[in-house]
Design a protein around this ligand. Sequence first.
Ligand SMILES: [Ca+2]
Ligand SMILES: [Ca+2]
Ligand SMILES: [Ca+2]
Ligand SMILES: [Ca+2]
Length: 480
Amino acid sequence: MRRTLLALLMALGVAGTTVPASPAHADPVGTLACPSIPANRDPAVTLVVYRVARAYSANDKVTLSAFEAGWVESHMNNLPCGDKSSLGVFQQRWDYGWGTPEQIMDPVYASTQYVTRAIVCDRDNPGYSAGQVAQCVQRSGFPDRYDQAAPTARAQLNEAARTHAIAGGSHTDVTGDGRDDIVTFTQNALADVYVGTSTGGSYTGTSAKWNDFFSLGGETASTGDVNGDGRDDVVTFAHSNTGDVYVALSTGTSFGAGLKWHDWFAPGAEIGAVGDVNGDGRDDIVAFTHNPAGDVYVALSTGTGFGAGLKWHEFFSPFGEFPALGDVNGDGRDDLITFTQGPATASDVIVALSNGSSFGAAQKWHDLFAVGAELPRVGDVNGDGRDDIVTFTCDPNADVYVATSTGTGFAGTTVKWHDFFCLAGEFPYLGDANGDGTDDLIVFTKGATNDVHVALSTGTGFLGTTRWHDFFGLNGETTL
Ligand SMILES: [Ca+2]
Ligand SMILES: [Ca+2]
Ligand SMILES: [Ca+2]
Ligand SMILES: [Ca+2]
């Protein structure tokens, strides 16, 4: 995409990397009118817009305004063309100071330009509607179109938020002492990574920065032991135009420099995940295309990089489902799990077991779990070596349900293991916080308090909730 655009501009006599301070004349060269605009959104673009807005802590109105503007300008597509010199999802003009054509064609850059300006517009004009904020940034000749797009924009915002929330679980023992720690990625312009290390009864370290430039807005940040030294490392999927995957290895007290371990994996709106699918002790990367094709690709870790991406399954976790990885049968290899997340009549949990070189046939392991908007997670809560499934309602009931793996299915329907954990807006996760071999509940409250609460597993339930950290994982950060 980038090279094509640049070549076109060069052919038209424009140096793609040189931006004049002001338009050379009324009808600048380098214009490519769009023959047509796609009828529907590109989910890769909506996800980036959502993630960038979130990383900058944009409020709901500003985020909605970005979806209204993107829908009106491009139907949420990264257009390499437009009216006059307009380009990209927001149809920004390189000859009016929005950046170089290459920058504008990077959806992360374009979204950052939009969002940072919209935040200022909203702050200066608190009475504005979302559409008026969009107009304040876009300065369109058709100012009313943005608010008219509100219903479409809201639906796409909700869809992107849902996709963004797919994080089934990953190991976070970055010090390698057997206790899972907590990690937060700011994913804003600073792109810092902070760690709170478990003492077994609390997390220590406030502002303990382990890396100062890793995982930008729009990327998927995850964790796992990719080199098999017993310490969990950080991994980020760039998606976007590049499909790069970067790793920063844990030294036990910090994460080293970000290194590119793959240059084309989980591009666009694909879902990236980290787990050891061939059971060699090194975590690998998995990409769910998460589209109607539902393909699943794997790139195995060599200890210093990820090998070629190979298809390990033909149809698993299509769009709308919640994919995850976990060793559900306890053979040391991570398997595929998907939560269909329909209504109560269609909330199945499907598994495909790893044989070390591919994933087998899909099997239904539960037929009523993680209904609708619940947040499912995968982890070994009873310590038998097989990963179980946990779901958080994250609503005023704040219930936590568990179904434990038998090795051939998940047992237990509406079995509540905790009845007050994770409210709306909070982010739940699993990890063995005290290192006793059972995964415990962790929740990042964010909001005004930024607390981290833990409820330890007894193997048959979770104990009362206690605060393990009082300032970790702010709004907009990715916490694991
Ligand atoms: Ca490691
Ligand atoms: Ca492996
Ligand atoms: Ca397995
Ligand atoms: Ca535990």
